[in-house]
Design a protein around this ligand. Sequence first.
Ligand SMILES: Nc1nc2c(ncn2[C@@H]2O[C@H](COP(=O)(O)OP(=O)(O)OP(=O)(O)O)[C@@H](O)[C@H]2O)c(=O)[nH]1
Ligand SMILES: [Zn+2]
Length: 365
Amino acid sequence: MLAVQANFYRVKLGAEGQRGRGAEGQRGRGAEENFPVPSPQSLVPSPELLCTRRARLKKIGQQVMVGDRVQVEEPDWAGGRGAIAQVLPRDTELDRPPIANADQIILVFALAEPDLEPFQLSRFLVKAESTNLDVSLCLNKSDLVSLAEQKAWRDRLSAWGYEPIFISVYDGSGLDELTAKLSDKITVLAGPSGVGKTSLINYLIPGIEQRVGEVSGKLSKGRHTTRHVELFELPKGGYLADTPGFNQPDLDCSPEELSEYFPEIRERLAENNCQFSDCLHRDEPNCAVRGDWERYEHYLEFLSIAIARQEHLNQQSDPDAVMKMKTKRKGGNQFEPRLEAKKYRRTSRKTQQQKLLELYEDTDI
Ligand SMILES: Nc1nc2c(ncn2[C@@H]2O[C@H](COP(=O)(O)OP(=O)(O)OP(=O)(O)O)[C@@H](O)[C@H]2O)c(=O)[nH]1
Ligand SMILES: [Zn+2]
């Protein structure tokens, strides 16, 4: 399913769909199975169908996400209509933006104009890694920096665990390598503003601007809201999702999870164990992670945000948690001004978290 359009789901017929008429019965009566894979358009009257969602799916709360492989019933080939009868199991699922079956995330940054800012890059990388999809890095505007500078970034990012593709939409360098990386995959493209994402997408999908504009001004505006997601077919195979929703990543992982999102930490923990299995790699003795690697400071900063966030969540899910702590410490003091104490603690925690979040949000973008 490529996009939701005015209450209809736009479904691209895939290889299976082309043969679908013969495959009836195997997957359910009259059902066509549709994969979002490129297909020779000549085989079907309409390569895309506008579909409704069967009431049965609505009843069981089955959402249809962009990227979903679906079965379509009662295809009306001439009218280009159908009904989604079933959603096939998803390989992957992203919540924000909502995309099913994505294979990889490619972060696009610029080498200059705007300057490549390591902490901002780190934040995008951690957020991208938290999806558990493959994460790659693409550095645009290579025409603006010297080869020596590119090499310096290559070495630096290699120590972070990434092998960036250097491109320039202006002079065309690196674009073949990037195109090859996108082929036959569902790729989520993300990155901060001004790095040349729009220029890149226009290069990768000629005519996309017309297409976005052609549906109505509303949709083209919609492209830049967090809710609208659409998969665009690439001429050489594969699909691309441009996701404004990803452009201001907020960190929403638990403190324990955070270390999984740094290739450097994964590498260190593959070689050595920390003394404590629940080590957060701050000041615990015999920690295998703490050290003078470049992004360790970033890790500590994200960790404090994740801890503040978790404390805040714990408090929300158990409103008495603070009170219980208090009671225990005070040994059941009857004169404890319960309400006030609770209020005070809550505000204080909240403020603390707010401050951290603001700090986090203010850093860039
Ligand atoms: N020198 C150079 N400039 C580029 C390149 N690609 C894009 N630009 C310029 O960078 C600026 C931003 O490009 P956009 O394509 O609008 O970037 P974007 O990431 O979509 O930015 P937003 O629309 O703000 O999200 C424009 O002035 C482009 O002309 C490149 O390869 N080299
Ligand atoms: Zn440790």
